[in-house]
Design a binder for this molecule. Structure first.
Ligand code: IPE
Ligand code: IPE
Ligand code: MG
Length: 602
């Protein structure tokens, strides 16, 4: 079996040494979290080690006992500044930053997100007084979960979104509270030594004298009662039913294993007795391996069952690095990340490039059924990657308008689970930072009806529109709960109203009058309408706008599509003669398709 580094395509000897350093640091400093990282597929593990070691290094910089808060903050800033300045060159002399930079480039992590996570480490605990568990939860939520959050970003980059925050917000927050309370109990001795044990007054008041006895390291009945109470509380919070439901089986297994390991930590806390006041309580290696051995087998099986859809970029690939936060508002769009094969967009003659391509993304269900998976898995596993691919392809070839049919007014006939899954995917995609970051300069619009859609999704769509409205790159119109007839009916209603008030004379009405009442009147007509998945129909899509569209049908199911299919569609389009009702022009005006190029593209 090749080593993990080899499986992750990390070949450069200096980088291998850097990642190995991170791995050793994580394994030594936190064997439990390290063992959870090892449940990732091999290709993602080195990235997890690098991120863990980076957070640990930044945390150490911020967490040196002897110094003042200002001195610690300055050390943390020096560390993150060094990272920022080394990032463009792509390497660092510091092994942890060197591995982190490589990870960021391979998985397109955003510097701004990482910086945000690092700065939360700066929170100073000393002298803080919190009254309620709610205040405590807000404080720890900001402070302590950056590594877990970045791990989820990494999974999303690899095509496996883990939208716990979105799907089960309250349960997830409580679960995180459970993790952090367990950490607090495990490391009680450490926090007491640094004088930064933080518990809310709400609980300390229930156990009079316990706080003073803790300060004095006195294992009194009050302290024992407090510890039992907190241990029971942490267990309740860790046991959140349904947290892993509908998640990809890999992350679901990781989450379940983390829960078991944290319960084992709490067992160790209960077994420690007075020793808890002088050293951390850790489960024995035997206890750990009883949990981990079967978990490794289940995780490996889960990842084999549903492999990662997206591969890391090749090590030589130099992505467009995110602009540092303070430059963001004024920055110019970056090129989309290249296709892993290195394929480049074809050159399309000026005047032959479509202005607006509209896509009926069909075939997810059949793609899944063919693989023995439920239909919603087709929407989730493959389709996210295909959508991203086509958007990158559109940006790369310089298309100005792309419309994607994501959910039709007729799709309500499907079963609730499938519909819910489609909406959740959409919300995730809208929060994915290839959408939220302005690296592509993409402007997002929504076309469709509000009724029936979950409020969260409507909010996400409107928020995306709002946040991107000044951008000048590709205009991406997401057609969600969209129907061509519904759009025309709505336009007709506007016109009828205008006629009844006398603002419009029906005898003088023009096509332009109706077009003004479409959802996005400034969007050009559809030049090219492309449907994947083998059906030859337009299923109520952009009926007005596609009146003269060139139609392109392909048999590939949507999850198997990539940007080269879009380029092929555009190449073919560029050879068509569009007449709009006129008589044919001489043959030299419509060249034959360059079949050699089209075949070479696939
Ligand atoms: C397209 O895939 C996605 C939506 C309609 C939302 P389908 O789900 O229609 O997939 P097939 O056509 O059943 O294969
Ligand atoms: C069209 O696909 C709608 C979307 C792609 C969102 P459908 O799969 O719903 O179309 P029909 O039912 O086969 O016509
Ligand atoms: Mg379909």
């Amino acid at each position: 079996m090749p080593s993990t580094l080899t499986q992750a395509a990390i070949d450069d000897p200096a980088l291998r040494a850097a990642y190995t350093h991170c791995r050793r640091t994580a394994r030594r400093e936190d064997p439990v979290e390290y063992s959870i990282m090892q449940l990732m597929p091999p290709v993602l593990r080195p990235a997890c080690w690098a991120m863990w070691a980076a957070f640990n290094a930044a945390d150490d910089a911020a967490d040196t006992e002897a110094e003042t808060h200002a001195a610690r903050a300055a050390r943390l800033k020096a560390w993150t500044d060094a990272l920022e300045s080394e990032l463009p060159a792509g390497h660092s002399n510091d092994p942890i930053r060197s591995a982190l930079i490589d990870t960021m480039r391979r998985w397109r992590l955003d510097l701004a997100d990482l910086q945000l996570s690092f700065t939360t480490l700066d929170g100073d605990a000393r002298g803080r007084r919190l009254q309620t568990w709610d205040q405590w939860s807000t404080w720890v939520g900001d402070l302590n979960l950056s590594w877990a959050a970045q791990t989820m970003t990494l999974l999303a980059r690899a095509g496996v979104p883990v939208p716990l925050w979105l799907r089960r917000k309250d349960a997830y927050q409580r679960y995180l509270d459970g993790l952090y309370l367990t950490d607090t109990l495990t490391d009680l001795a450490h926090d007491l030594a640094r004088d930064d044990l933080i518990l809310p007054a709400e609980v300390l008041d229930q156990f009079p004298a316990a706080a003073d006895h803790l300060q004095e390291r006195h294992w009194s009945p009050a302290v024992q009662d407090l510890i039992s109470h907190l241990t029971a509380q942490a267990r309740r919070w860790l046991d959140q039913p349904g947290l892993t439901g509908a998640l990809h089986p890999g992350p679901a297994e990781m989450l379940r294993t983390a829960t078991r390991l944290f319960h084992a930590r709490l067992d160790a806390v209960q077994a420690a007795g007075p020793a808890l006041l002088s050293r951390p309580a850790v489960p024995t290696p035997l206890v750990r391996s009883r949990i981990l051995a079967p978990a490794r087998i289940r995780a490996a099986f889960a990842w084999r069952l549903a492999p990662l859809p997206a591969a890391p970029l090749t090590p030589n690939y130099a992505p467009a690095l995110p602009a540092p936060r303070h430059h963001r508002s004024s920055h110019t769009p970056q090129p989309a990340p290249a296709h892993p094969s290195g394929a480049r967009p074809p050159a399309i003659a000026a005047g032959r490039m479509p202005r607006h391509v509209a896509v009926i993304m069909d075939g997810n269900g059949r793609w899944a059924t063919q693989r023995g998976l439920p239909r919603h898995e087709g929407h989730r596993i493959g389709a996210d990657a295909a959508t991203r691919e086509v958007i990158y392809g559109a940006a790369e070839i310089g298309l100005s308008h792309l419309s994607l049919y994501a959910f039709s007014t007729e799709n309500w006939k499907r079963d609730t689970q499938e519909i819910t899954c489609l909406f959740e995917n959409l919300s995730e995609q809208l929060r994915d930072d290839f959408v939220t970051s302005d690296s592509l300069g993409m402007r997002i619009r929504w076309a469709g009806r509000t009724d029936g859609l979950p409020e969260d999704l409507v909010e996400d769509l409107l928020q995306a529109e709002q946040a991107t409205r000044h951008r000048t790159g590709l205009t991406l119109t997401l057609c969600v709960n969209y129907g061509g007839r519904a759009e025309l009916t709505q336009a007709a209603a506007h016109l009828a109203r205008a006629a009844t008030t006398g603002a419009l004379n029906p005898d003088h009405m023009t096509e332009a009058d109706l077009a003004r009442h479409l959802l996005w009147p400034d969007t050009p007509d559809v030049d090219l309408l492309w449907r994947t998945g083998g059906e030859r129909r337009i299923s109520n899509f952009l009926l007005w706008q596609a009146a003269y569209a060139e139609i392109h049908f392909t048999d590939t199911y949507w999850p198997d599509v990539d940007r080269r299919d879009l380029w092929q569609a555009i190449t073919e389009y560029s050879t068509r003669q569009r007449r709009h009702g006129a008589a044919p022009t001489p043959a030299h005006d419509h060249p034959r398709p360059n079949m050699h190029r089209i075949q070479a593209m696939r």
